[in-house]
Design a binder for this molecule. Structure first.
Ligand code: BES
Ligand code: ZN
Ligand code: ZN
Length: 507
């Protein structure tokens, strides 16, 4: 989607979107005669700016050009306003614009005093909501002639030049980069499983390198063997497609890193994502019904790739390492078997009960490896447990970990971003569930008992002493069967925007 910024007097387009608070008589940024005409129209339509409501004015009812259309999008009550409502409202307006075949749409950006918070945040939310809601995964489809086409161009229309500042342009550019990173990670997870084996994912990752900023190192099978990454290797052993590990490093510009107290070095974050390019369950094979959904079992790693695409465009004040382990979980002749013992990177062994509980072994290697980088924060994201979907449904990710401050921040930032998180405990009392007679640990607990929590306790065993760590189980929100406000059905890109906002703010 092309994005332009102009002032109102230069607007010559045909389809314009305006926002309206519930109870107001005119849309925002619409004073004077235009506003009066519209208030009459809105009253006639009984459009009162309610949340989730839109109204399309086809222009024929007003003076002027009959080809002109105006779409009003409700923001709900002014005192309940939050920027995420803008993303949802513009998404609905874009649908209406598609319905009337608009190729290009203008959006009236309110004046600063009309909305709570920063105007730049409002404009950024417009752009994000528009790009995210217009996303399609259609590379394998032939479009039908009567199908709506996404709008190709969005113009932000400002009431005056003061509002269209350099800072505003920067905020909008950042929003575009953020939304495009989400679309990129959605593309990766929506891609069918066979065209995206581990080495192909590594190739895509290598393409994100940027000189002086982002380094990408791919550890192939032989290197994983040398390092002793038994988790990634054994899970990948049932497939003809060898596993691998991508290690990204983002280095902030000199002077931009925040100093870490007396230690005098830049803060370091490690972000890890589960990258199972297809989860058949392996020898503990899954039931075939619904197995196609397991192409998205790499969405944690897809989020890591999306984050590094985004980091290629923006300055953040921390060093960021990204670890994306890739493997295909298949029941081939070399596959790991229930009863096997896996030795992980830090030497800890785990008894395998179900080869379908594979993700935790990739994460275990990476958490141990990530800990050697002495991070100030380590976050892992994984479509880890079906139990998480049972507990929290498909809109909430679970947070577990030892860093309460970061957990609280993720919940708060997530609410701003429209990505939802809920904390689960990591009680020592349940550690007994992981006792094994043949290895240091059993890799799962009792069937049907606190699956998400026990998986978290397993991961904790691989986090280095004193490393602040948060595990994000995205089994629910990584993929949606229905359209959400500005998220079409399919891979969602959750929780990229929340993690990006956390990195942007610094830790
Ligand atoms: N990838 C799945 C978890 C999953 C299930 C994600 C549904 C999204 C939707 C994971 O590898 C898995 O199969 N976990 C098992 C663990 C069990 C064997 C302890 C599960 O949740 O059933
Ligand atoms: Zn599995
Ligand atoms: Zn899995």
């Amino acid at each position: 989607m092309r994005i332009n910024l102009i002032v109102k007097k230069n607007w010559t387009g045909k389809v314009l979107v305006g926002f309206m608070f519930e109870g107001d008589k005119t849309p925002l940024a619409m004073p004077g005669d235009e506003g009066k005409r519209l208030s009459t129209y809105a009253a006639g339509e009984k459009f009162t700016g309610q949340l989730k409501k839109t109204s399309l004015w086809r222009g024929a009812r007003c003076e002027g050009d009959a080809g002109e259309k105006l779409i009003l999008a409700g923001l709900g009550k002014r005192n309940e306003f939050e920027p995420d409502r803008v993303r949802s409202a513009i998404a609905r307006a874009m649908k209406r614009a598609e319905d009337v075949g608009a190729e290009s749409v203008g959006v009236l950006v309110p004046d600063g005093k009309e909305v709570r918070g920063e105007l730049a945040d409002f404009a950024a939310a417009v752009v994000e909501g528009a790009i995210l809601s217009s996303y399609r995964f259609d590379k394998y489809r032939t479009p039908k002639p009567d199908e709506n086409k996404p709008v190709g161009e969005l113009t932000l229309v400002f009431s005056n030049t003061k509002n269209l500042s350099a800072a505003m342009r920067r905020a909008v550019e950042e929003a575009v980069a953020r939304a495009e990173a989400v679309c990129f990670s959605r593309d990766l997870a929506n891609e069918p499983p066979s065209p995206k084996p581990p080495e192909k994912m590594a190739e895509i990752a290598a393409g994100l390198a940027k000189r002086g900023r982002i380094q990408v190192e791919v550890l192939h099978k032989a290197e994983l063997e040398k390092l002793g990454m038994g988790g990634i290797l054994r899970v990948g052993a049932g497939s003809h497609q060898p596993p691998c590990l991508v290690h990204f490093t983002y280095t902030p510009d000199e002077g931009r890193g925040t100093r870490d107290g007396g230690r005098g070095r830049k803060r370091t974050v490690v972000v890890i994502g589960k990258g199972i390019t297809f989860d058949s369950g392996g020898i503990s094979i899954k039931p075939s019904a619904g197995m196609e959904a397991m192409k998205d079992d790499m969405s944690g790693a897809g989020t890591v790739l999306g984050l590094f695409k985004w980091l290629g465009t923006v300055d953040v004040p921390v060093t960021v390492h990204g670890l994306a382990p890739f493997a295909e979980n298949m029941p081939g002749g070399g596959a790991q078997k229930p009863g096997d013992v896996i030795r992980h990177y830090n030497g800890k062994t785990a008894e395998v009960i179900s080869t379908d509980a594979e993700g935790r072994h990739l994460l275990a290697d990476c958490l141990a490896y990530g800990s050697t980088l002495k991070p100030d924060l380590m976050i892992d994201m994984a479509t880890l447990t079906g139990a998480c979907v049972v507990a929290l449904g498909d809109e909430f990710s679970a947070l577990l970990g030892n860093d309460q401050r970061t957990i609280d921040r993720l919940i708060a930032i997530g609410n701003e971003q429209g990505e939802f998180f809920w904390q689960l405990p990591l009680p020592d009392r349940y550690k007994s569930h992981l006792k094994s007679k043949v290895a240091d640990l059993k890799h799962i607990g009792k069937p049907g008992v606190a699956g998400t929590i026990v998986a978290g306790l397993f991961l904790q065993e691989f986090v280095g002493e004193g490393v602040p760590w948060v595990h994000v189980d995205i089994a629910g929100p990584s993929f949606t069967k229905e359209d959400w406000d500005y998220t079409p059905a399919g891979a969602t890109g959750v929780p990229l925007r929340t993690i990006a906002a956390l990195l942007r703010k610094g830790i």
